[in-house]
Design a protein around this ligand. Structure first.
Ligand code: FAD
Length: 564
């Protein structure tokens, strides 16, 4: 028999567990099982979103200390990196989703979930307003509001059409499971339409022209999947279509995959050329109609257009309306994402945190911060530091602002000191701080915020839950690490991102990967690495088994081309 006493509660609670299986509880105040804190005394944490950031936060938050409530219009978590595989039936939609209720059930206590969309955040009143998105004969009120002590905003981003006319009406997007399922059906429709009797060859070709706008990782992966699907499965079933089908990718920059190492972009471009995927670079799409994509050639200003059977629009991410409205309220108008500090707290708001694709750590203060550090280090005000001191400071800057290092890598500089003529490896013993600052301010103006990836979102969720779990302990013992900005200390170390590399599947069982330490790997062996990493990263054993069996099914029986 177990007896748990909770001296921290004003009213003593004793639970006696009886070996026969019964449970007798004597209590004047209600407490959560396994917790020392009565439920009415727990702080309310409201989490918006069940994507990478929200789910990662939920997996680790200590629910014996918080009353956690989750709001999301989707009652599942989706493994987005496999969405392009769903568009062609390589992997089934249900294999890459996990019900949120299953994820939260694994926790010892209770986490409340509501399938609804947050439509307004009232930070001053500490309340959010929500609307259920269940349409089918919902009895009762669709709208409700919830109070919070802490708000965790992890609502991700939506597609960005850049207000290009016709995009919303005539393009497909690839952001959600429903998008992937819709694309899968439309691809089959295009083939079925193309083989109807009575069509001219031009009409058949138009139906079988697949256009992808955007040469980033999602567009490239979709093009590769589609090419494999067509060559391995569809042309066998629609032999008439074999010589008529075409895939075209339109990219506004000079290269596709331009956020990757240049060896990867050129490998991808060469592979696409061999596969017959046409890549049109340096063009900006200006209009998409039901039948045509109109574009401008950036270098000459000339206009041209191409007919299409289906267009996938995949050109970056935009802001959700609820975030736009919230940014206006808190004086962050005209930004794309919410600005947070390095502890992921939304600037200008108490107890509100934002993470994942809807947020970004405010970069504008980097130069101010760096100036403060140098001022503190330059004790004799000489304007110079010796190389050793300088290197230590630099390490500190890179730890706090990994973007500095990422940027330098993208400029193919092995080290920030490459910005100077001679500080390291020469006789130089001192570094001119002003010279460094002006070099870095040039870097700063071009420095990008952290990439909008699942990796960043998941690490932020895990970081924030660790901070929450230590909050009480830190309040009792506030001596935390040295504060970077200004004087004093902060309870927690700032968020620091660890980059584990990224993949770009290119079809034909070939993948390119950029791995930590500037490693680049491409080809068939990297495809096996991709399979193992993606299988291991699944959220549950159920989805892992389903995904692996889908891959096996595809290699034995091919992809299913039924339009259901
Ligand atoms: P999301 O995962 O988008 O989750 C947002 C959540 O908020 C969802 O549950 C949504 O339903 C919910 N929500 C939306 N609006 C509201 C509202 N008003 N109220 C409440 N809840 C709301 N990243 C990688 O690192 N590697 C990859 O290989 C990769 N491949 C990708 C492939 C595709 C096709 C796509 C679309 C993305 C890919 N990404 C990849 C990027 C990655 O998916 C995102 O960066 C990641 O999903 C961001 O996580 P998040 O939690 O911020 O947002």
């Amino acid at each position: 028999n177990a007896i748990h006493a909770y001296p921290s509660c004003s009213k003593l609670l004793v639970l006696c567990t009886i070996s026969s299986g019964g449970l007798v509880a004597y209590s004047e105040s209600q407490a959560e099982p396994g917790s020392g804190i009565p439920s009415e005394k727990k702080k309310k944490v409201l989490v918006l979103g069940t994507g990478w950031a929200g789910t990662s936060f939920l997996k680790d938050i200590d629910i014996s200390h918080y009353d956690v409530q989750v709001i999301s219009p989707r009652n599942y978590f989706a493994f987005t990196p496999l969405l392009p595989s769903v568009t062609c039936g390589t992997v089934e939609a249900r294999s890459i989703v996990e019900p949120v209720r299953k994820i939260i059930k694994k926790r010892d206590g209770e986490v409340q979930f509501c399938e609804a969309e947050c439509v307004k955040i009232d930070a001053a009143g500490k309340r959010v307003y929500c609307q259920s998105n269940i349409d089918n004969n919902l009895v009762g009120n669709k709208e409700f509001s919830l109070e919070y002590d802490y708000l965790v905003i992890a609502v991700g981003a939506q597609v960005n059409t850049f207000n290009t006319p016709g995009v919303q009406e005539n393009c497909h997007f690839l952001k959600e499971i429903e998008d992937a399922q819709k694309i899968r059906r439309t691809v089959i429709d295009c083939f079925e339409k193309a083989v109807l009797p009575g069509l001219s060859e031009e009409e058949r070709k138009t139906n079988l022209h697949f256009v992808i706008v955007g040469g980033g990782p999602t567009g490239v992966e979709f093009a590769a999947e589609l090419h494999d699907y067509i060559q391995e499965d569809l042309v066998k079933l629609y032999p008439m279509a074999k010589d008529l089908v075409k895939i075209t990718m339109i990219q506004s920059g000079d290269h596709i995959l331009n956020m990757f190492d240049e060896r990867i972009s050129s490998f991808a471009e060469n592979k696409f050329q061999r596969d017959g995927i046409e890549v049109l670079t340096g063009r900006r799409v200006v209009n998409v109609s039901e039948k045509e994509v109109a574009m401008k050639i950036k270098s000459t200003g000339e206009s041209c257009s191409i007919p299409h059977g289906i267009v996938l629009w995949s050109t970056g991410v935009g802001t959700r309306p609820v975030i736009k409205d919230f940014m206006e309220q808190i004086g962050q108008k005209n930004r794309r994402v919410l600005a947070t500090d390095e502890w992921l707290k939304v600037k200008g708001c108490d107890n509100v945190y934002a993470l994942g694709d809807c947020a970004s750590i405010d970069q504008r203060k980097i130069m101010e911060d760096i100036a403060i550090i140098f001022k503190a280090a330059d004790k004799d005000n000489s304007g110079n530091l010796n190389v050793k001191e300088f290197e230590d400071i630099l390490d500190d800057i890179i730890i706090r602002y990994p973007q500095v290092e990422l940027y330098l890598k993208s400029m193919h500089m092995s080290d920030v000191t490459d910005l100077f003529k001679d500080p390291r490896g020469t006789d130089a013993t001192e570094v001119d701080i002003e010279g460094f600052k002006s070099a870095l301010s040039h870097v700063d103006s071009q420095m990008k915020s952290l990439p909008a990836t699942a990796q960043v979102a998941a690490q932020q969720g895990a970081y924030l839950s660790r901070c929450f779990n230590r909050m009480e302990q830190c309040e009792q013992n506030p001596e935390g690490p040295q504060r970077f900005r200004g004087s004093g200390r902060h309870q927690f170390r700032p968020f620091s991102y660890k980059h584990f590399g990224q993949f770009a599947p290119l079809g034909g069982e070939q993948t390119a990967a950029e791995l930590p330490g500037d490693w680049v790997s491409m080809g068939h062996s990297t495809q096996w690495l991709w399979y193992s990493v993606y299988a291991s990263k699944q959220v549950s054993w159920r989805t892992r088994v389903l995904v692996v069996s889908d891959w096996l099914r595809r290699s034995v029986f091919g992809r299913d081309s039924s339009r259901i």
